[in-house]
Design a binder for this molecule. Structure first.
Ligand SMILES: Cc1ncc(COP(=O)(O)O)c(C=O)c1O
Length: 400
């Protein structure tokens, strides 16, 4: 979350005063409905459903597509654990594929990892970076696979003019504390497919056969979960949605200043490739190095030159790196054996084994990558100072 102010306080206070905290039974046409309308307008899709988390949005998307036991879903080896966790939550098996130097799913490796049980793929737009959607959609279409975009870290970003989350059959956003906009915890499912939307409605609201809108649904109901957002969260989210394009504009401007400053300096730094630089959310300036040692040495030297220069590496990002997903490596996919997809009879023909050696190329790329997290309030001078320190460090460590 980059910004929060009086507008959020006023919006939440108004809901508290109204006493209508529930989105249904009197809350119709309120904050949750308004957020969904705004998301549809903003992203250019037919339906949006706000839910309690990005994980819940991914689960609703997978349930919407009828993915479950017996199915494999390809997931990048660099993402938050929840991308793979959502697959297990619906009883299916995540199969990992490498990312490329853009830090998003490598389309060629995605294609190599497709097996007879593969039903879907989840490209993840990591850190606001768009995945190579043309290539991913092409592979998916040729193999008859569904595409669920995990845009939890990339709300507002785009790929070739289309908002992330609207290119595949469904997309997922997260509004937890660490995302571009937030309401504490929350998420949203996007889709233009009526069937996915209706099934997601059931999934997020215990089947919702008892709601006013149930009569308008044509899909067969089934028992779901309770993933409903409340009006307090949505009051805050509504204000945050109004802030989104302004936040992205400021991040992208500062990201541009930073890259300009690097270009002006003559240094051996190499920007990581992007599937669509214009659609990147701008949260990070990302560099790729020859090896992990050089990346670490440049980072250390840059910090010594300028303490506000912090070059982080995705290899150090804990549960975003598959080798730290111990519950998956240990096949602890459910609370008891019968509910553990790794052990279920339906998944016997799925590829259930994930080891530290499953995606070595990803580990190599993550370790060679360094990121500067862009400050939303940075001045042009600050960008030049931090970029200058990084360039100088790179010249000293690498030469040139
Ligand atoms: C890439 C990615 N996918 C999924 C999620 C899950 O979102 P949430 O924490 O809202 O469940 C996150 C959140 O951190 C994420 O970063």
């Amino acid at each position: 979350m980059y910004e929060i102010g009086q507008e959020e306080i006023d919006a939440v206070t108004a809901v508290l005063r109204s006493g209508q905290l529930f989105r249904y039974r009197g809350g119709e046409g309120g904050q949750a409905d308004t957020c969904e309308k705004r998301l549809v307008e903003l992203c250019g899709c037919k339906y949006a459903l706000v839910v309690t988390s990005g994980t819940a949005a991914l689960i609703c998307a997978l349930v919407g597509l009828n993915i479950g036991p017996g199915d494999e879903v390809i997931v990048p080896a660099y993402t938050w654990l929840a991308s793979a966790g959502a697959v297990l939550n619906v009883g299916a098996i995540p199969v990992l594929a490498n990312v490329d130097e853009s830090l998003t799913l490598d389309p060629a490796d995605f294609e190599r990892r497709i097996g007879p049980r593969t039903k879907a793929v989840i490209p993840v737009h990591m850190g606001g970076r768009p995945s190579n959607m043309d290539a991913i959609m092409d592979v998916a279409q040729r193999h008859g696979l569904h595409v669920v975009e995990d845009a939890c870290q990339a709300i507002g970003g785009s790929y070739r003019g289309r908002r992330l989350g609207t290119i595949g059959a469904a997309g997922a956003f997260s509004f937890n504390q660490f995302k571009t906009i937030s309401c504490g915890e929350g998420g949203a499912l996007l889709t233009s497919d009526r069937k996915i939307y209706e099934r997601a409605l059931y999934c997020h609201d215990m089947g919702c056969t008892f709601r006013n809108h149930a009569g308008t649904l044509t899909e067969t109901p089934f028992l779901g979960n309770t993933f409903r957002m409340n009006e307090l969260q949505c009051a805050m989210l509504r204000v945050q949605l109004d802030r989104l394009d302004g936040i992205l504009a400021r991040l992208r401007e500062r990201n541009g200043w930073f890259r300009d400053a690097v270009r002006a300096e003559q240094s051996p730094l190499v920007l990581a490739p992007s599937a669509d630089a214009a659609g990147d959310c701008g949260n990070n300036v990302t560099f790729i190095f020859d090896n992990a040692g050089t990346r670490a040495a440049v980072g250390e030297r840059a910090k010594a030159i300028e303490p506000s220069c912090y070059l982080s590496s995705p290899i150090d990002s804990g549960l975003h790196v598959y080798t730290n997903w111990t519950v998956l490596l240990n096949q602890q996919g459910g609370f008891c054996p019968a509910m553990n997809p790794f052990l279920r009879a339906e998944n016997r023909e799925c590829r259930t084994r994930i080891t530290a050696d499953t995606c070595p190329e990803t580990l190599d790329i993550l370790a060679r990558t360094g990121c500067i997290g862009v400050g939303i309030n940075w001045t042009r001078e600050q960008c030049a100072t931090i970029a200058g320190a990084l360039c100088r460090a790179a010249r000293e460590v690498v030469g040139g």
